[in-house]
Design a binder for this molecule. Structure first.
Ligand code: IPE
Ligand code: IPE
Ligand code: MG
Length: 246
C-alpha cells in the first residue's frame, strides 16, 4: 500500500476500481462527541462527506455505489435524532439533485419508502423519475433499508407470484430471487467499506454480499476523504477473490 500513499488522490489505476462499492456511512455521532458537539452536528458533517464521496466515485469510474444512510433499526434512536435525520435527507436530496443530474448519475432508493413523510416520499419519487434516463454511475441510497426485511419482501413477492400461477416452485432459483430484491438488475458489491472502527454489517446487503470483500477503517465518516477511498480500493485490489474456486 506504500506506493499509493505517495500518490495524489484520483490516481487509482482504472482497472483496479471496483464496479460496485458499498459504504456503511458510520461514525457521525462519535465524530460529534469528540468535539463536544451534538450528534446532529456529526450527521450534518457526514452529509457533506456523502456529497464529496459520491462525486469522487463518479469521477474515478465506479459504476454502482450503494450508501447506507438509515437502517430499519435506526428508528430506535431518540425521536429528535430521527426527526433531524429526516430533515437532513430532505435538504440533501433537494440540494444534490441538480449536482447529480449534471454528473449523469442515476439515483435509486433501496428500502421501504412508505415510512417516510409525504414530502420526503415525493422528493424520492421526483429524484428517481428525473434521473431514470441517466447513463453514468448508479447511486443506490439505502434508506429505511434492512437486509432481512428485503429478503422477506422478496420471499413474499415470489410466494405471491407462485400463488398466482406466474411460475412454479421449482423455477425459483438465485436469479429469480435476486430479481425481487431492491437491487434487481444490479451486480453484487465487489467491495464494502465500513469506516468508524465497527466490524459488522448491521443488516446491510445481506444477500448481495455473499462474496464481497470487506475493508474496515478506523476513520469516522465525517473525516472520510478521497484518500481513504483510494486506500480501501488499493487493499481491495491486492485481495485474491476465489469465489469458492481455487
Ligand atoms: C451513522 O452514524 C449515521 C446513521 C446511522 C444514520 P452514527 O449516528 O451511527 O454514528 P455513531 O456510530 O453513533 O458514531
Ligand atoms: C449502520 O450503522 C447503519 C448506517 C450507517 C446507516 P449503525 O450505527 O446503525 O450500526 P450499529 O448499531 O453500530 O450496528
Ligand atoms: Mg453508528
Amino acid at each position: 500500500m506504500n506506493w499509493l500513499k505517495k500518490q495524489k488522490c484520483g490516481s487509482v489505476p482504472v482497472k483496479q476500481v471496483p464496479a460496485h462499492i458499498g459504504i456503511i456511512m458510520d461514525g457521525n455521532g462519535r465524530w460529534a462527541k469528540k468535539r463536544g458537539l451534538p450528534r446532529s452536528a456529526g450527521h450534518s458533517a457526514g452529509a457533506e462527506t456523502f456529497k464529496k464521496i459520491v462525486r469522487y466515485c463518479s469521477k474515478i469510474g465506479v459504476k454502482h455505489l450503494t450508501v447506507y444512510a438509515f437502517s430499519t433499526e435506526n428508528w430506535k434512536r431518540p425521536a429528535a435524532e430521527v426527526t433531524f435525520l429526516m430533515g437532513l435527507f430532505e435538504q440533501y436530496l433537494n440540494d444534490a439533485l441538480k449536482d447529480f443530474e449534471q454528473r449523469n448519475i442515476r439515483v435509486v432508493f433501496l428500502g421501504d419508502k412508505s415510512a417516510f413523510s409525504p414530502n420526503l416520499q415525493r422528493l424520492i419519487a421526483d429524484i428517481e423519475q428525473a434521473s431514470q434516463s441517466k447513463t453514468g454511475m448508479v447511486l443506490n441510497v439505502a434508506m429505511n433499508y434492512g437486509g432481512r426485511s428485503e429478503i422477506i419482501r422478496a420471499a413474499k413477492a415470489i410466494a405471491s407470484d407462485v400463488k398466482d400461477g406466474k411460475f412454479s416452485v421449482d423455477a425459483i432459483d438465485e436469479k429469480v430471487f435476486a430479481n425481487k430484491l431492491y437491487t434487481a438488475g444490479q451486480p453484487d458489491p465487489d467491495l464494502i467499506i465500513r469506516p468508524s472502527g465497527e466490524k459488522r454489517l448491521s443488516n446491510f446487503l445481506l444477500w448481495q454480499s455473499a462474496y464481497t470483500e470487506f475493508v474496515f477503517m478506523n476513520v469516522l465518516w465525517p473525516d472520510f476523504s478521497e484518500k481513504d477511498l483510494d486506500l480501501a480500493i488499493a487493499e481491495y485490489a491486492a485481495r485474491n477473490r476465489r469465489f469458492g474456486g481455487v
